[in-house]
Design a protein. Structure first.
Length: 246
């Protein structure tokens, strides 16, 4: 395999799952389109920030190349002494599945001032369904137990979990009764979190997943960073920069 082809393969491996154009497509159509629609992340508009550029002058990472500045800065749900690192993801995205082990390895080693949170994308019926599953597991206190299995059920076992019935059957494997699932799945608490997720995705101008947001101020992804290893390095660097700016 020549160098050009290797470069193409590397870019495709890092490209994110993009927001599908047809937001009002039916469930079955959305499932087909969403699972096949893989594209490179679109750049996010940002303004130059002289102070932050000066702080990062010794870094190999450059704003406008490896990450973008969100203007205005968005509020976070973390305490003032914490730096919030947010992953926007989708269980059906193969790139999110590939990136997830990097995050799971990084999280226990992350600086103590970092608060890591996940926000599921809410783009169309199937993506929303998976987001609803994420928050249902969260409300039931099973997020940690079910996070990896949800990914594996889709990408390893080939069960796209693209209906409430399929999700209910999957949750049953983790001791969740049909009634408990239905109550949580359709609860006001889960619906409120879905609405919040949708609002944050708009505020963060998320065009593809997986995407990383640092403290409501910077956005980046694997394509921009160059690799998932470098993306982890960039997360740490931007979080430290935010910590130092307090």
């Amino acid at each position: 395999m020549n160098r050009v082809l290797l470069s193409i393969v590397a870019v495709l491996a890092l490209a994110g799952c993009s927001e599908p154009a047809g937001q009002d497509a039916g469930l079955s159509n959305a499932s087909t389109e969403a699972t096949q629609n893989i594209a490179q992340a679109a750049p996010v508009a940002a303004e130059d920030n002289v102070i932050q550029l000066a702080q990062a002058s010794d870094s190999e990472f450059q704003m406008g190349v490896h990450y973008e500045r969100l203007t205005p800065t968005q509020p976070t749900n973390s305490s003032p002494e914490q730096v919030e690192v947010t992953e926007v993801f989708w269980y059906g995205c193969p790139h999110c599945f590939t990136f997830d082990p990097y995050l799971r390895a990084w999280e226990p080693e992350a600086a103590p001032y970092i608060n890591f949170v996940r926000i599921p994308a809410v783009w169309n019926p199937v993506v929303r369904l998976h987001a609803q599953a994420f928050y249902t597991a969260q409300v039931l206190g099973k997020e940690q137990e079910m996070h990896i299995p949800l990914f594996e059920e889709i990408h390893v076992n080939g069960n796209y979990l693209d209906s409430p019935d399929k999700l209910a059957a999957f949750f049953a494997k983790f001791g969740v009764s049909a009634q408990a699932f239905d109550t949580a799945f359709n609860s006001l608490e889960v619906n409120t979190r879905l609405q919040r997720s949708e609002e944050l995705s708009r505020r963060y101008r998320i065009a593809s997943v997986p995407s990383i947001v640092i403290n409501g101020k910077y956005t980046t992804n694997g394509t921009m960073a160059g690799s998932y290893d470098r993306l982890i390095e960039l997360i740490d660097e931007l979080a430290a920069m935010e910590r130092g700016s307090d």
